[in-house]
Design a binder for this molecule. Structure first.
Ligand code: CP
Ligand code: NVA
Length: 313
């Protein structure tokens, strides 16, 4: 047991975010705040631990923040580039898991199908962390709510409007938002809503925290009076062939100055990045003083360090 790790019992893996209770998310935010304020205290917290980073999709933020976070706590990261060949093509996912567990202490995975994460976690005796799948991006949403807590001082009842595609980032904002007691309002075009199972799970979790989950089709309705307005790309990694069709469908969901004017006076703008400027968000909003997108990016580092300590200590 690492003396710097929290006392709370957490799950072995972070695959969806639904496995973490509101209490675990609170603990994570406390730990991340301490790591951010006093990084030197954690210089050796992962001493001698190694992680494998398997990425089937490109990344700037997630890769750099995991590598810097692991090395900044005295651990080692081995990056496995699977952007060319899918995991499981050369040898079975189970055999990959049973090799890696002999050498490293955890696996960070960016993949397409959620079942790849499930299979790795089922076969490996070491923690598996979802670094983005088609369905979820838990590290992103946890860092986003940490960022909002820094900004607003609390999360209960905080009104977050997510505008755009009901995708992986949207799902994880619902899951994490429910756990921190936020009011998450999602506006998507018809047929692009978040999946019903995730919405139902978030609504169940929100009952415990007095959070609220609301779905809309009109961006203006979701954004009215919101304290935080969030968007993401209209075509995610793996959907590039749908980009033109989606650009037409999602045009009314662009976050521009007119939409931001409907939000609360103290409202902020968030984006997981990468942004497609001029599509889901205008330059004026991205570069405005209300934009906290680079704070979000910074906090990926501190929050993921906390995630690593919670799972590996
Ligand atoms: N937000 C995010 O996960 O960025 P990357 O795709 O660059 O890792
Ligand atoms: N929804 C985006 C998020 C990128 C961080 C994607 O999956 O491409």
């Amino acid at each position: 047991m690492n003396a710097l790790a929290p006392a709370l019992t957490v799950t072995r893996d972070l695959l969806t975010g639904t496995e973490w209770s509101p209490a675990v998310v609170r603990e994570l935010n406390h730990l991340a705040a301490d790591i951010k304020a006093r990084p030197d205290r954690y210089r050796r917290a992962l001493g001698g631990r190694f992680l494998a980073l398997i990425f089937e999709k490109p990344s700037l933020r997630t890769r750099v923040t995991f590598e810097v976070g692991i090395q900044g706590m005295g651990g080692g990261a081995v990056f496995l580039d699977h952007t060319g060949t899918r995991l499981g093509a050369r040898e079975s996912i189970g055999d990959v898991a049973r090799n890696l567990e002999r050498w490293v202490h955890g696996i960070v995975v960016r993949t397409y199908e959620q079942r790849v994460l499930d299979e790795l976690a089922a076969r490996a005796a070491i923690p598996v962390i979802n670094a983005l799948s088609d369905r979820f991006h838990p590290c992103q949403a946890l860092a986003d709510f940490f960022t909002l807590e820094e900004r607003f001082g609390g999360l209960r009842g905080l009104k977050l409007a997510y505008v755009g595609d009901g995708n992986n980032v949207c799902h994880s904002l619902l899951v994490a938002g429910a756990r921190v007691g936020a009011h998450v309002r999602v506006a998507t075009p018809p047929s692009y809503e978040p999946d019903a199972e995730t919405v139902a799970e978030a609504r169940r979790a929100a009952r415990e925290t007095h959070g609220k989950i609301e779905l809309f089709h009109a961006a203006e309705e979701a954004v009215a009076g919101a304290q935080a307005v969030y968007t993401d790309v209209w075509a995610s990694m793996g959907q590039e062939h749908e980009a033109a069709e989606r650009a037409a469908i999602f045009a009314p969901y662009q976050v521009n100055q007119a939409l931001m004017d409907l939000a609360g006076p103290d409202s902020v703008f968030l984006h997981c990045l990468p942004a497609h400027r001029g599509e889901e968000v205008t330059d004026a909003v991205m570069d405005s003083p209300r934009s906290i997108v680079f704070d979000q990016a910074e906090n990926r580092l501190h929050v993921q360090k906390a995630i690593l300590l919670m799972l590996l200590s």
